[in-house]
Design a protein around this ligand. Structure first.
Ligand code: KMH
Ligand code: ZN
Length: 305
């Protein structure tokens, strides 16, 4: 049976703790969230951190402490955000890699972000992609709009495959300024993925469920969490990240593609194991390979392009 990679994005950089009390912003809250979500089937955690005032930060020491704490407390694949907040300078975003995460996001283009602009210059993208490979960090290419997949093809063509040899994208849909969170947009994006790539999808706000269901039916993987979704249903605020992971895991099971074990996720994404020796476990080779979904929805291997 094929399986579904579940990523949790618990915090983000856009919501204020004062407005969303359930948002995990301290290290303790983040670790507790990570453990709960792992128990429910998440294999990857996409991490944004906050400072002592709960404001978004890319502080290097805090990032190191966060990676260390998550690695000691869970087996999750730790993916740090290099996107940060829209105001973060490029140098700070590149320095995120110094915290030695398993993976990191690599956004594939500039996009309007509500009334802000999320800047991702071509030269910055190339630098991020190259530094990640040099440091054996697996990228997740964040795709906010269709043309960014053309940029990804250009990046791989000119600068080669990432560390691990496998290309994994996350379609971030429904951002005001990016592609809409619709099945039609998802299908268009899936058709434009590089050959052999896998994809996750996340729909922001009201597009959460349509994107989740479309991604499952198109053979994709899922990202959920309070970075993207604050309402569980109309008029019903999300209780916590675990609630969103539990819903995604349940729908994945209904689709007969249950949550992917973390060992299989590590194998699929080509993650270098940085866990302390005692925590390292061999992947369950029974379901990892056939969980890879090509852009046409057929089964495929890890080869990338
Ligand atoms: N907070 C957004 C401006 C990423 O994590 O790499 C960017 C973002 C993407 O969330
Ligand atoms: Zn993010």
């Amino acid at each position: 049976m094929t399986s579904t990679l579940l990523t949790v994005a618990p915090t983000g950089a856009e919501s204020a703790k004062a407005d969303v009390p359930a948002l995990p912003v301290t290290l303790d809250e983040l670790v507790r969230t990570a453990r709960e979500c792992e128990a429910l089937g998440a294999a990857v955690i996409h991490v944004h951190i906050r400072d002592a005032e709960a404001q978004p930060t890319l502080d290097p020491a805090r990032l190191v402490d966060t990676v260390t704490a998550l690695r000691e407390s869970t087996d999750l694949i730790i993916q740090l955000s290099t996107g940060g907040a829209v105001t973060d300078p490029e140098a700070d975003r590149l320095r995120v890699l110094d915290a030695d995460p398993d993976g990191a996001s690599c956004s594939m283009g500039t996009v309007n972000f509500g009334s802000d602009v999320f800047y991702n210059r071509w030269d910055f993208i190339v630098e991020l992609h190259t530094r990640m490979r040099d440091r054996q960090i697996v990228p997740e290419y964040e795709i906010f709009d269709l043309g960014q997949l053309t940029s990804l093809a250009r990046l791989l063509d000119r600068h080669g495959l990432p560390h691990g040899g496998h290309v994994h994208c996350d379609l971030v849909m429904g951002v005001p300024g990016g592609m809409p969170g619709t099945p039609q947009a998802l299908v268009a994006a899936v058709q434009a993925l590089p050959e052999g790539a896998t994809f996750s999808a996340t729909g922001v706000g009201r597009s959460t469920l349509p994107v989740l269901l479309a991604a499952l039916s198109a053979g994709g993987h899922l990202r959920v969490g309070m970075e993207d979704t604050l309402s569980y249903a109309p008029g019903e605020p999300v209780r916590d990240n675990a609630q969103l992971v539990a819903r995604a895991a349940g729908l994945a099971r209904i689709a007969q593609r249950p949550p992917m074990p973390v060992g299989d996720a590590r194998a699929m994404l080509g993650v270098t194991d940085r866990r302390p020796t005692g925590r390292q476990v061999a992947p369950d080779t029974g379901s990892g390979a056939d969980a890879t979904v090509t852009r046409l929805g057929a089964a495929g291997g890890r080869g990338g392009r």
